[in-house]
Design a protein around this ligand. Structure first.
Ligand SMILES: Nc1ncnc2c1ncn2[C@@H]1O[C@H](COP(=O)(O)OP(=O)(O)O)[C@@H](O)[C@H]1O
Ligand SMILES: [Mg+2]
Length: 220
């Protein structure tokens, strides 16, 4: 699903954030990525969705080589990916229902189909009663549930989440972990999550990678 061989990532030529990164993430695997603040976790995730080019090496995502990707294939790669951020990144000017419809409309679905799917997902994240609300009328935990629904909307093969529980209290965090677990177990979605704190008692098998001094290694 994700295969990195000797990847190097940098914002400027003389400082590599990630060096010699090699790892494999299999289909349907649940993966945590740890490491201290500034160690390069977000940078690594960006390489997965084509936001930062590789300096060297090879990175295959779902069989697509992201370093030599054309704009058209980048769009097709992003169809396979749902992304969740620490700060939700919802659009405050429109309702949460419309927020969830966005990835569907980008992917060419009609308004009716998009709305139907959004309503199903709102029900899945237990926010049907809030459908006309705008994001900033909800709590942080509720906003992140909307972001999870949006990430799931277009049936991605991979979910990439960057500190998704970083701004949440424990009980809201638990709900988000359970939604990600469900996406993995019930929908077979590969889940890659950056987090400082791997949740205890998640009740799921996972791989744990960590970044230290630019080197990615597997935590045993
Ligand atoms: N857009 C950018 N331009 C230049 N340097 C950046 C940029 N984003 C992050 N960095 C630097 O790259 C390093 C890794 O950052 P980041 O991947 O955000 O770390 P983490 O997510 O692990 O906290 C840090 O030193 C950070 O300052
Ligand atoms: Mg980060």
């Amino acid at each position: 699903m994700i295969e990195a061989k000797n990847i190097y990532l940098a914002y400027d030529e003389n400082k590599f954030i990630i060096k010699k990164g090699s790892f494999t993430i299999k289909e349907k695997e649940f993966v945590f990525i740890g490491g201290t603040s500034g160690s390069g976790k977000s940078t690594l995730l960006k390489s997965f969705y084509g936001d930062i080019p590789l300096k060297h090496g090879s990175l295959l995502i779902d069989g697509k080589q992201v370093n030599s990707i054309s704009n058209k294939s980048l769009r097709s790669l992003r169809k396979d990916i749902g992304i969740i951020f620490q700060d939700y990144k919802l659009i405050n000017e429109i309702s949460i229902e419309e927020n969830i419809m966005i990835p569907l409309k980008i992917n060419g679905y009609s308004n009716d189909i998009s709305r139907n799917q959004a309503l199903k997902l709102l029900s899945h994240v237990k926010l049907s009663h809030r459908k006309g609300f705008k994001p900033n009328e909800l709590s942080g935990g509720e906003q992140q549930r909307v972001a999870v629904a949006r990430a799931l909307a277009h049936n991605p093969k991979i979910i990439i989440a960057d500190e998704p529980t970083g701004n949440l209290d424990d009980s809201s965090a638990q709900i988000v972990w359970n939604l990600l677990k469900g996406a993995n177990e019930q929908l077979g979605i590969t889940v890659v999550v950056v987090t400082h704190r791997v949740p205890k008692n998640l009740g799921i098998r996972f791989k744990h990678l960590s970044i230290e001094d630019g080197i990615i290694y597997e935590v045993s």
